[in-house]
Design a protein. Sequence first.
Length: 131
Amino acid sequence: MNRLIIMTLAIFSTGCAAMLKGTKDDVVFQAGDGHPTSFAINGVPVAGGAEVPTAMASVKTKGNTRATVTATREGCAPVTVPLQTSFAPVSLWGIVWDFGLISMGLIDGAATGAAVRTDPVQVVTPVCAKE
C-alpha cells in the first residue's frame, strides 16, 4: 500500500512541460543593428557580451524569470526592456494527465515555471545619435 502511494505521488509530482521541455531555456541576445553591444540581465553581465562587447550573447534562464535586459554601447544611450516570455503549449498535456489540477497549476505553473518559456531570441538595440 505504501509503495502504491509513493508511486502515485511520484507520477503526479511532475508536470508535462517540465518533463518534456525542462525548466531552463537557452536565450540569445542580439543587437538589432549588428554592432558590438554589452548585455546584462537585472544588472548582471551576460557572458559573451560583457567584457568584450559582441553583436550576440547567450545565456540559460529559468522559464518563468521576471527580469529586464539592458543593452549598452559606448556613445549610445542604454536600453532596458523586460525579458520576452510566452506560454508553453506543451503544458496543456496536463489536462489529459490529471485534468490540469496539479501538473499544470501547481507543478508547471508555480513550482518549476515550465508553463512559461523565455523566447529564444531577444533583440535589444541601444539608442545611438544619428551621425
